[in-house]
Design a protein around this ligand. Structure first.
Ligand code: HEM
Length: 202
């Protein structure tokens, strides 16, 4: 099976668990909840992308890697929603990203979120606070979502062909990326429910 198919099958349960944990409908119920979701995601995306793009090795396999960073979109959404995107706490339990295989597995998850993002953008369309200024992250590449995903898939398969021993590592990294994000979101939820007047800022 092609690597992309393996990733889809073997992380399907982790994707479902993340969807349940995030609960987009609840996050869209108020402006505060929508802001909270973006703050929580920034706490994961910002340190993860910093690690992913800390060296140029990724570009050998994914020449347009630089275009795929989404931390700035999250910050813009947070600012539009009245949050302060500069002083948030960041996740410390990131998936290991020592090799290209690990980086590509992690990127499968981050890039895949643009597909779910299209569904979420539709769900958000009726909420005044969620669109369009505060919907940049989930809109991501806009009409180019399909072509960006296709290119990513092609580059991933090219890597998979060149390094057939790496597949297990790619899949393992995608799994770690999903599960650590779920754990992070769950932690943020617990923090919020424990503290009345909870602030995500230092
Ligand atoms: C929480 C609400 C979410 C919903 C409702 C959702 C929904 C979806 C949908 C409908 C697809 C399939 C799209 C298509 O085939 O055109 C999809 C794909 C995907 N989503 Fe999500 N998603 C959500 C969150 C996320 C997040 C936060 C991530 C990652 C951080 C993610 C990662 C992925 C991946 C990797 C795929 C691609 C699966 C594949 O085809 O290989 N999703 N999602």
């Amino acid at each position: 099976m092609a690597l992309l198919g393996r990733l889809r099958t073997e992380t399907a349960a982790s994707h479902r668990a993340l969807e349940e944990c995030v609960d987009i409908a609840a996050c869209l119920s108020t402006r505060e909840e929508w802001l909270w979701l973006h703050e929580s995601f920034l706490g994961y995306w910002a340190p993860l992308e910093a690690l992913l793009f800390s060296s140029s090795d990724l570009e050998r396999w994914l020449p347009d890697a630089g275009l795929r960073r989404k931390t700035a979109l999250l910050r813009l959404d947070i600012d539009s929603l009245g949050g302060i995107s500069q002083h948030l706490t960041y996740c410390q339990e990131l998936p290991p990203l020592a090799s290209i295989a690990q980086k590509l597995g992690c990127l499968y998850v981050l890039e895949g979120s643009t597909l779910g993002g299209q569904r979420i953008t539709q769900m958000a369309a009726g909420c005044g606070y969620a669109a369009p200024e505060a919907g940049r992250f989930f809109r991501s590449y806009g009409p180019q979502v399909g072509s960006m995903w296709k290119t990513f898939g092609e580059r991933l398969e090219a890597y998979a062909l060149a390094d057939p021993d790496s597949h297990e590592i790619v899949v393992g990294s995608a799994f770690e990326t999903f599960t650590r994000l779920s754990s992070w979101v769950a932690t943020k939820k617990t923090e919020r429910s424990r503290h009345v007047g909870y602030s995500p800022y230092h």
